[in-house]
Ligand binder design. Structure first.
Ligand SMILES: *[C@@H]1O[C@H](CO)[C@@H](O)[C@H](O)[C@H]1NC(C)=O
Ligand SMILES: *[C@@H]1O[C@H](CO)[C@@H](O)[C@H](O)[C@H]1NC(C)=O
Length: 448
């Protein structure tokens, strides 16, 4: 803080002259401060101010803040570290019948990076505008749910004197934004996780631009595809067949037609973005380097391209692989390819990674009724176009829904000027109160 001696002098004179006014002012300031400390919005802002962006997410500060919040409402906390400097936090509210399968609420701690120069407020300032918008990286993805879980439990415990039957756990995990391999994947594979005996899980979802809440029953699974072409090198001036570049470019044309067909289905409204296979080019690599760039009079003997591929849960990876081998990178054209899954795409029984949203899944009805009881409406369950940690729990056969209670909100995850309105955040707390109350009170048959 900068010391302003002039102001202090004035203040001193003023206080000597009129001590009661100063005392009153002090008292008011103090009260204001106290109010700020006690308010769900300022607690949310405090969490948003922790710099959790990659590549250097401050996990220790985030975990220490969440731990103090959880302990202040009397919840048990446990920090685990399966991989050095990748801590995760488990918070537990024990139910009256801990032998029943528990409820797990998940939130990842990390955020994607932000470019401060492109933001109207600094991305970790959590500035709140007069119309209630709170600007911060992570405000939607997904620091909101991290705090809403705790605020909902605080209200259930202290305002409603509610006692859960099933135990409720919250997991705060690292590294979701870079695949979750050192976070949720390690947690799901651990003995500690088995001991939690999780029956149902909620993970992050996405904002909805209308008044209905969105809910997600599956993710698309990410795959990396690299195709390579080999060919005769030659002088830049020569025309000849089957140079590496020519082979690769012809392949890319075929793939582009496939991509357009999938995209046309989306544009025509016949499928959602998340229901088709996307094949998006992400890099091209060829050419012979020279000190000033590339050798321009030489056709290279190797060329390579990389693609981000996303498969909806019912797409067959073997069929895709066959298409690549037959049409996109055939061996007879001197091409090779590598198709690598970036995570699981089948559960432990070999089934697609999806959670049923009908009567075959008893949790579905409990969840849906809880939303309605809180005055909300759900839109048709969707597949998430991207990927979350939910896949690691679905892999274990645990029914898992993606849900972030944000209605009438522009979808700003990973974008500049990500924000969430205070009223939307507060309403989300009400929604979770209802959801946590219903899930933790559910005593029916709990396996699908
Ligand atoms: C495959 O590459 C070799 C040289 O590496 C070349 O001689 C041959 O013509 C190429 N075949 C095809 C089908 O492109
Ligand atoms: C419920 O949904 C699953 C897939 O999500 C489906 O396989 C199953 O047949 C459905 N069951 C009923 C009773 O509708």
């Amino acid at each position: 803080m900068k010391f302003n001696s002039k102001a202090l002098t004035v203040l001193l004179i003023f206080s000597l002259y009129n001590p009661t006014t100063l005392q009153l002012q002090n008292h008011q300031n103090h009260q204001q401060q106290e109010q700020e400390e006690d308010n769900p919005i300022t607690r949310f802002q405090n969490y948003l101010r922790i710099k959790t962006a990659h590549p250097t997410p401050d996990y220790p500060s985030a975990i220490s803040y969440l731990t103090s919040q959880a302990q202040s409402i009397g919840l048990k906390t446990l920090t685990l570290e399966f991989v050095p400097s990748k801590p995760l936090l488990l918070v537990t509210w024990e139910g009256s019948n801990p032998s029943l399968p528990s409820i797990l609420l998940n939130s990842h701690i990390d955020s994607v990076p932000a470019e401060p120069s492109k933001w109207i407020y600094p991305p970790f300032s959590a500035t709140k505008t007069s119309d209630g918008k709170i600007y911060a990286r992570g405000s939607q993805d997904d620091k909101c749910i991290a705090m809403q879980y705790l605020e909902a439990i605080r209200n259930l415990k202290f305002s409603h004197n509610f006692k859960p039957i099933r135990t409720i756990h919250i997991s705060y995990v690292p590294d979701e934004e870079i695949g979750g391999f050192n976070g949720a994947a390690k947690l799901a594979a651990s003995e500690e996780f088995k001991d939690l005996n999780v029956g149902f899980m909620l993970d992050e979802g996405q904002a909805s631009t209308n008044e209905k809440f969105r809910v997600f029953y599956a993710d698309r699974s990410p795959w990396w595809l690299i195709i390579k072409a080999l060919g005769m090198p030659g002088h830049g001036s020569r025309m000849f067949d089957n140079s590496a570049m020519e082979i690769l470019m012809k392949s890319v044309e075929v793939m582009t037609r496939y991509r357009e067909k999938q995209f046309d289905l989306v544009k025509a409204g016949l499928a959602m973005n998340s229901e088709v296979i996307s094949v998006n080019p992400v890099y091209l690599k060829a050419g012979t380097p020279s000190p000033s760039g590339f050798v321009m009079n030489m056709q290279p003997s190797e060329a390579e391209a990389g693609f981000d591929v996303r498969l909806p849960p019912l797409a067959d990876p073997d069929l895709l692989e066959k298409r690549i081998a037959d049409e996109w990178a055939p061996h007879y054209k001197n091409m090779t390819f590598q198709l690598s899954p970036k995570g699981p795409s089948r559960d432990h029984m070999g089934r697609p990674l999806m959670t049923a949203t009908n009567d075959s899944n008893p949790w579905w009805g409990v969840f849906e009724k809880a939303i309605v009881a809180a005055g909300g409406t759900l839109s048709k369950p969707e597949i998430l176009a991207s990927t979350t940690d939910a896949r690691y729990m679905r892999q274990l056969g645990i029914p898992t829904l993606g849900f972030s209670p944000m209605t009438n909100t522009p979808i700003l995850l990973h974008e500049h000027n990500e924000f969430l309105k205070d009223t939307v955040f507060l309403n989300g707390i009400n929604i979770y109160e209802s959801v946590i109350r219903s899930l933790s009170s559910f005593e029916g048959r709990d396996t699908a």
